[in-house]
Design a protein around this ligand. Structure first.
Ligand code: NAD
Ligand code: DAU
Length: 349
């Protein structure tokens, strides 16, 4: 494969994938297609924007005719599909935009790939990036495996589950070569500060309240975003066609414990005495339909393809906090304007 279409490449995970592929595979042409919604930001890719083998296209994945044109024009033979509406809280406020982008958008790309590849699927691949949230929620024990039944609870996870089903249906029905991965919570640089970790780092810096949903007992399994990008690389190149791979760090944290670790790390960097910002913790109404626990069993990916996470969590959090403190202008740029309206709607009503 040579001409690789990466969708959502201006977002959090997508920008790490674009960078990794450009730096690892100088022989590939990387076409980054992104609508630049509030979550997409070309500043994430400033360091690579002038590479000769990089093309950026601002377009909507829901536009089927345009997707067909892009496949034809760029002779696409591989797709890594990350573009999505990705934030659970926003899906509760506006489920329709999630259905449109995540379901219709994915379907448009599948159809464009199928028509352009015209049933000659040799050396072609449609790789769909999905989430562990499709599996629903766990009690205090057990893990999501690739065989766990789908049981989504939020409009976001329902739309991702639907997109996964469409991807598999194109494999079963038309033989389109696909792979799917389902990953746990990512953290790291360039994440939009609506998600827990960057939101709380930013709020601690600005002495703003830290809104903890419910009692803070929900559990998430955290993975450093660059490790996710490496897993995507391995699955894209070595994964078996038609297979699903779970990606996770075997790194579970109860929200309140994670929040205290973030507070400790940020306070240290700001020269505040340990625990100063604990007073910002504010317990608020729980998220509707809040899944209790996610925990991924990624042993298939490890045993088949040799991938494992590279970073210890404390080290990853240290790197992440450092990045946010050194890139205040990035945060300020994206938290001006419509971010303020979203913040008021979510947290100040
Ligand atoms: P993000 O919200 O940071 O980025 C999404 C990108 O998609 C943005 O650049 C946005 O502009 C683009 N986009 C949105 N709608 C579009 C459209 N109609 N056409 C073209 N581009 C569009 O999301 P993220 O956190 O980087 O997640 C990327 C993918 O990984 C998503 O599919 C998400 O479901 C999945 N995922 C995320 C996580 C996580 O923890 N963040 C974990 C597992 C899986
Ligand atoms: O599991 C993978 C998923 O992880 C991805 O598919 C999603 O795209 C990504 O957004 C993420 O979903 P979560 O809902 O788990 O992430 P979020 O950062 O929104 O929340 C993490 C936990 O923190 C969750 O239990 C809710 C809680 N939370 C979140 C926010 C934003 C709070 O307590 N307060 C908050 O203000």
């Amino acid at each position: 494969m040579k001409n690789i279409l990466i969708t959502g490449g201006a977002g959090f995970i997508g920008s790490h994938v674009v960078r990794l592929f450009l730096n690892s595979y100088p022989n590939y042409n990387i076409i980054n297609l992104d609508l630049l919604t509030y979550a997409g930001n070309l500043e994430n890719l400033k360091d690579i924007q002038n590479y000769d083998n990089y093309t950026f296209i601002k377009e909507d994945i829901c536009n089927l005719d345009l997707m067909k044109t892009i496949f034809e024009k760029h002779q696409i033979d591989g797709v890594i599909h990350l573009a999505a509406e990705s934030h659970v809280d926003r899906s509760i406020l506006d489920p329709f935009s999630f259905a449109k982008t995540n379901i219709i958008g994915t379907l448009s790309l599948l159809q464009a790939a199928k028509e352009f590849w015209k049933d000659d699927f040799k050396n072609k691949l449609f790789y769909h990036v999905s989430t562990d949230e499709v599996y629903g929620t766990l009690s205090d024990s057990g893990y999501f495996t690739e065989k766990t039944s789908y049981d989504p609870h939020s409009p976001y996870s329902a739309s991702k589950a639907s997109s996964d089903h469409f991807v598999r249906s194109f494999y079963d029905t038309y033989g389109l070569p696909i792979t799917i991965s389902n990953c746990s919570n990512n953290y790291g640089s360039h994440q939009f500060p609506e998600k827990l970790i960057p939101l709380f780092i930013n709020n601690i810096c600005n002495n703003k309240k830290l809104p903890v949903y419910g009692e803070g007992n929900n559990v998430r399994d955290w993975l450093f975003v660059e490790d996710h990008a490496k897993a995507i690389d391995v699955i894209f190149h070595k994964g078996r066609i038609g297979e699903t791979y779970n990606i996770g760090g075997f790194n579970e944290w109860k929200n309140i414990d994670l929040i205290k670790l973030i507070i400790k790390t940020v306070d240290k960097h700001l020269g505040r005495s340990e625990g100063t910002s604990n007073e910002l913790i504010t317990y608020v109404k729980d998220r509707a339909g809040h899944d209790y626990r996610y925990a991924i069993d990624s042993s298939k990916l490890n045993s088949e393809l040799g991938w494992k996470p590279s970073l210890q969590f404390e080290e990853g959090i240290e790197k992440t906090v450092t990045w946010y403190l050194e890139n205040k202008a990035w945060v300020e740029n994206i938290t001006s304007g419509s971010y303020q309206e979203y913040y008021a709607e979510m947290y100040e009503k």
